[in-house]
Ligand binder design. Structure first.
Ligand code: BGC
Ligand code: BGC
Length: 646
């Protein structure tokens, strides 16, 4: 079988034909020495979109100098590398770190910025397009005006594969409008510990759900965007074992915060760990995911970035992954030794492209030396570059490297926001209801809490800034409070005061509590730190004495400890971190839509006796107030069996 000429072939199809192409177009005999740069003919085979991907890869690779190859393996940060650096070093990739973007932050400025990198890349001898990467982890949420979807944990509660696919499609379209075709998403950690600061970015504690939903999402990300568009390259991250690290095992400290779980150590029998954490990777690779990001974390004491047995042995050999491995942000520099030793170890372990935001020049220099000395084999370089080029060809980037400006008209538009609103409604998880919900129109509602009217807070980490933002200034959307007013309509009298000390009485009160935004290990919390704070408890008390029915809404990326307040409220709704479309929550609170959310992680009853998801089941179940899979409709009927349902 030969690969059909279409450039819109899926990555999966490309992988299928690799074996066949291997037999036909042999690359076994490639010389290891650097070919002399020569002008490239216009009709070079790699430029011909009708040629099979593998043939294009081999043709191009054979023309490349060592410098061009190492350039492909290098990823710099946009604030550190100018377009001229892309030309000079022939860089393969540029990224935006969290919150790093052009000013003004508008789709059009993103498109111009990235097209400038693209022009700089295509100006090189071989004209290999640069691949620009970003964390579009809950929509394209680095860009002002984007549709901000619920964080992944909420989408896991929704548990709707078709919805995941549509979210992937919308995200892809908003990315392409800005010229970005590489998404560092989905994160497929199987979260064992809600104390982890990245639990919100995850699809929960159940590996099968993680795999199914991430696969559907990737299907949407990779769906054809337009006839003249490249396809999005998704990233399965962080390989492997993040989400299951041991408490206190992290050595990282950023912004004065000592990490406790994030970037820590996954401990236990290796095959048992793989049985838990590998299945989502297998699912995503089978679905054609072309890049995998290495984890900052360690595996029984060994940093993943230097772990040949896992990156090469398990990922590339056992799973047959033919895409490329990207290192995480300065992750190579966390290995022991000098920078040269770190680079040598990482590349020999199987890292194909290095995320070296600031250190890209040094990386190029040091890797070149290492190859010249023979400490990194030429064959390893060729393998890495093959993988990167394969992804670039398969996604159609050579033919369609530029921003799809025609899509800017629909950026953050009504059709996209409708999908997000649906996701908010479907993710809302009802955990308790003593006759408080649904709210009837025509009644009076008191609203309290600092999470009621704050788009930054309801969107969480990675939104506009790495650690998220506070307030309604920059995110286009509807707050949860505005949503209630909108959906409640003119007949519903809604009054809001943050501390709940409103004048008079109302039929219903809603208190919004939660966690201010954070990202990564900055959000690692000990279990007792997940309790409501004093102001939240006092808002609940203030409201309790003023209303007939009291609803507690939690706006957070993970369960919060409710043992001190649960008996004071008539209903509990977990809203997760819903993102920009707050009206979606009102849709379920007011009964226009049914509650369908079910917990993707167990909910601890209290700080005492906390158990991780990987604790023995009976111990775990005893420690929870609600388990994986719990959630009900307004009549109190369970929506399905929970993990601890007898
Ligand atoms: C995170 C990754 C992210 C990368 C680029 C790292 O700190 O661990 O998940 O993709 O930064 O922003
Ligand atoms: C970047 C993130 C990155 C983090 C790691 C931040 O400055 O914006 O993308 O994950 O640093 O330290």
């Amino acid at each position: 079988m030969r690969l059909a000429g279409s450039i819109h072939c899926s990555f999966a199809a490309v992988l299928l034909c690799i074996a066949a192409c291997d037999a036909g177009v042999s690359h076994a005999a490639k010389p290891a020495s650097a070919p002399t740069p020569a002008p490239v003919p216009k009709n070079a085979r790699y430029k011909d979109a009708s040629q099979p991907v593998e043939a294009r890869v081999e043709d191009l690779l054979a023309r490349m100098t060592l410098a061009e190859k190492i350039g492909q393996m290098t990823q710099a940060e946009r604030a550190e590398a100018r377009p001229g650096d892309v030309t000079a070093l022939m860089l393969g990739s540029v990224l935006s770190g969290g919150g790093s973007g052009p000013s003004p932050n508008k789709p059009e400025s993103w498109a111009s910025m990235i097209d400038a990198y693209q022009d700089a890349a295509t100006a090189t001898r071989l004209g290999i397009p640069v691949i620009y990467g970003i964390d579009a982890v809950h929509g394209h949420q680095s860009v002002i005006g984007a549709t901000v979807f619920p964080q992944m944990i909420g989408l896991a509660a929704a548990g709707d594969a078709d919805l995941m696919k549509r979210i992937g499609e919308v995200t892809a379209r908003e990315m392409a409008a800005t010229g970005i075709y590489w998404n560092f998403s989905p994160m497929v950690a199987v979260t064992q510990d809600i104390r982890w600061g990245r639990a919100a970015e995850s699809l929960g504690e159940d590996a099968a759900t993680v795999g199914t939903l991430a696969t559907a999402y990737v299907g949407g990300l990779m769906a054809p965007i337009a006839p003249d568009s490249a396809q999005i390259l998704p990233t399965a991250k962080h390989f492997i074992g993040d989400g299951g690290t041991a408490w206190g095992s992290s050595r990282q400290s950023i912004m004065g915060v000592q990490y406790r779980l994030d970037q820590g150590d996954a401990q236990g029998d290796s095959e048992a760990l793989l049985a838990r954490y590998l299945p989502p990777y297998k699912a995503l690779i089978d679905a054609g995911t072309g890049s995998v990001m290495a984890s900052f974390s360690s595996w029984n004491g060994d940093k993943l970035h230097g772990n040949n047995a896992l990156l090469t042995g398990v990922l590339k050999e056992r799973l047959g992954f033919k895409g490329f491995v990207i290192s995480d942000w300065d992750g190579i520099q966390q290995l022991p030794g000098s920078f040269e030793q770190q680079v040598t170890t990482a590349i020999n372990a199987g890292v194909d492209m290095a995320m070296v935001p600031k250190d890209y020049r040094a990386f190029v220099r040091v890797l070149t030396d290492a190859v010249n000395k023979g400490s990194v084999p030429q064959a390893r370089i060729d393998d890495a570059v093959r993988r990167i080029l394969r992804a670039k060809f398969a996604m159609g980037l050579f033919e369609h490297p530029r921003a799809l400006r025609s899509l800017q008209a629909e950026f953050g538009g009504a059709a996209h926001r409708a999908v997000a609103r649906e996701a908010v409604a479907k993710s809302a998880t009802l955990l308790k209801n003593a006759g408080a919900l649904p709210l009837a129109r025509g009644k009076s509602i008191f609203v309290a809490g600092e999470f009621a009217d704050n788009l930054g807070f309801q969107s969480g980490g990675w939104t506009l800034q790495w650690q998220g933002v506070s307030g309604n200034g920059e995110i286009a959307g509807t707050t949860l409070l505005e949503g209630i007013k909108q959906v409640g309509g003119a007949t519903t009298a809604v009054s809001f005061k943050e501390d709940g000390k409103l004048d008079g009485r109302a039929d219903v009160g809603i208190v919004f509590v939660g966690e201010p935004p954070y990202a990564e290990g900055v959000g690692d919390r000990d279990i007792d730190e997940l309790a409501l704070d004093r102001r939240e408890v006092s808002a609940i008390d203030a409201m309790r004495s003023r209303v007939d029915k009291l609803v507690l809404v939690v706006v957070a990326g993970r369960p919060q400890l409710l043992d001190k307040v649960i008996d004071k409220v008539d209903a509990v709704v977990m809203a997760w971190l819903p993102g920009s479309e707050g009206a979606g929550l009102a849709d379920v609170l007011l009964g226009d839509k049914p509650f369908t959310g079910r917990l993707p992680v167990g909910w601890p009853a209290s700080a005492a006796g906390y158990q991780r998801a990987d604790a023995p089941l009976d111990m775990r179940c005893t420690s929870l107030v609600w388990a994986l899979g719990d959630g009900m409709d307004v009549s109190g009927k369970a929506l399905g069996p929970g993990r601890c349902t007898r």
